[in-house]
Design a protein around this ligand. Structure first.
Ligand SMILES: O=C(O)CCC(=O)C(=O)O
Ligand SMILES: [Fe+2]
Length: 304
């Protein structure tokens, strides 16, 4: 039970669980009305989406992304305090700002087989154990059970090296009632389960990534600039309309947030605000201890 919390639980305890085991579940953050609205907002897209054509993505699984522009409730979920509390604690140790990384539906139909267990951080070239480059969430839109494909996860595997594979009894199923959120770091071994039930397992994944890494999903291309201007400031910044660190991510020597919102002047402005310089002073430095070629995972950094 040490990883399972009621909505509104003490934030520090949730953060501690994530640091210790790589994950936490916060139950029923979204109420029934929120779930109903989320489903209604996503229904037109779900209806028009086909199932995957590659094993990893699932032959009975519907996936689509770009949820920020598609759903008001998804935007609220993106800013859920329980989740941002974890992202702040875990990611801001390593970067001055973090981004929204991926926003998408993972809708596993009956008959889906278990997804290969993996680490989301394998997108970037680090050997494991690696720092938690992302904080991920899986929101349960339907109930998640061991039988219907609830996410499988290996507690503690965020500290393992690449050679270690989980034994069957080290794998748990993140069972949770609809409206709950599983929060895990990207270096935890996990994957979708097999759906042996007769109804879909419906999940919404919202991920966050260090501000000095490229986003998995290019949030800024998911909508027009006019549409982005209508988004709350915090959402704009998470999409990438922001500096990622001092002098990181500017356009024509201007701050992307100011460009989006028509606040950038004719002359280059400061792209090294003190707030970001200070934030960078406080982040951990990673020591590269090996950097061999070959494959995607090649930087080895001293774990912290
Ligand atoms: O569907 C799930 O429960 C997890 C899917 C996943 O981990 C992925 O697609 O990266
Ligand atoms: Fe994953």
């Amino acid at each position: 039970m040490a990883n399972r919390f009621p909505a509104g639980a003490d934030q520090e305890e949730i953060v501690q669980a994530v640091r210790r085991d790589g994950y936490a579940i916060v139950e029923r953050v979204l109420d029934d009305a929120g779930i109903a609205q989320l489903k209604a907002e996503l229904e037109p897209y779900l209806k028009d989406t086909g199932v995957g054509t590659e094993d990893f993505w699932g032959h009975h699984t519907k996936r689509f992304g770009a949820l920020i522009g598609k759903s008001e409730i998804a935007r609220q979920m993106l800013l859920a305090p329980a989740v941002l509390g974890v992202a702040d604690a875990v990611l801001l140790e390593l970067c001055a700002r973090y981004w929204g990384n991926y926003t998408g539906v993972m809708h596993l139909g009956p008959g889906e087989s278990a997804q290969t267990l993996h680490r989301d951080t394998n997108l970037w070239p680090f050997n494991n154990p690696a720092p938690p480059l992302t904080v991920a969430t899986m929101w349960a839109v339907s109930d998640f059970t061991a039988d219907n494909g609830g996410t499988r996860l290996v507690p503690g595997s965020h500290l393992w090296d690449d050679a270690r594979q989980p034994e069957p009894d080290e794998i748990i199923s993140a069972e949770m009632p609809a409206g709950s959120v599983l929060i895990y770091t990207g270096n935890v071994i996990h994957g979708g389960g097999a759906n042996r039930a007769n109804a879909p397992r419906y999940g919404v994944a919202l991920h966050y990534v260090l501000g000095w890494l490229r986003q998995e999903e290019n949030q800024m291309l998911t909508m027009t600039r006019d549409e982005a201007r209508e988004m709350p400031e915090e959402v704009q910044r998470l999409m990438g309309y922001s500096l990622g660190a001092s002098a990181l991510g500017f356009a024509d020597h201007r701050d992307p947030f100011e460009i989006l919102n028509g606040q950038a002047g004719d002359e280059p402005a400061s792209i090294s605000p003190q707030e970001l310089v200070d934030a960078e002073e406080d982040i951990k430095r990673l020591n590269v201890i090996a950097a061999e070629g070959g494959g995607r995972t090649r930087f080895e950094v001293e774990p912290n």
